[in-house]
Ligand binder design. Sequence first.
Ligand code: SF4
Length: 319
Amino acid sequence: MSEILRVEHLKKFFDVPAGTLHAVDDVSFTIQEGQTLGVVGESGCGKSTLGRTVLKLIEPTSGKIFFEGRDITDISKHENRELRKKMQIIFQDPFSSLNPRFCVSDLIADPLKTFGMYGKKELEERVLEIMDLVGLSRRYAYSYPHELDGGRRQRIGIGRALALDPEFIVCDEPVSALDVSIQAQILNLLQDLQDKRKLTYIFVTHDLSVVKHISTDIMVMYIGVMVEKCPAKELFARPLHPYTKGLLSAIPVPNIHHEQKRVQLQGELSSPIDPAEECRFVKRCPYATDICRCKQPTYEEVTPGHFVSCHNVREINGL
Ligand code: SF4
């Protein structure tokens, strides 16, 4: 298995009237081919901005992005366009991301037409193949998005992302807008497609339980920074950061971590605008000490393969 994506010290800041918003602040990670990195955090933590910055849909403020060993941080518009064949995105809300005036067939054909990849007859065939691939009955080829339910609309979104036969996809909250029963179908579809096509995913979600089974590794973000990253099983079995413990405590599953102290996520959120030199979780953390209020913790490997950003991680977990 080889490395497909490397992100080094990535930052994405936005100028806003109140100052500089640190949406993504010094994030680094790698993903191996065929694997899934779950990126988890509350709304506004920077996870969607991270996904879009990695895809070069928005330009990073600083840092480096390598795709298949090539530095894609400062590529030209033409190279960026070519990159779309290899790197794609599935959006949260298929309804708002689909042109309501296009039928299913046109929506799936759209990215193929943009790249002029097929003649008319081949294009029709290719669209039908993609519909089969994403489990969308061919009888919907001339239906419009508003005539279909949320699950079928998301299958169109997945079909559009797959049309160019990419290797890497950012799935940005792809099941958040769906009913729970439909969520499972879409997650199964994404896993099947990954197996069949050796796809690599970044799976962005606010809901840890959604990425439990689909992720190889999980990275937890809090107000623009990484607070914990490790293999998915390890994260659920032994979360080390107080914020991750709080997220897991909120999952209503019997027996989960019943022996661990439950951490309630209460208190005020720190601001992502010109953040102070302190731990960003300090205002909500039951374990905060003086150092947490004057120094941002560094991100370090606490046990093999398990990275955490917390001054007191060893004391909290008895390590
Ligand atoms: Fe809590 Fe301090 Fe760790 Fe931040 S560094 S998570 S405030 S103990």
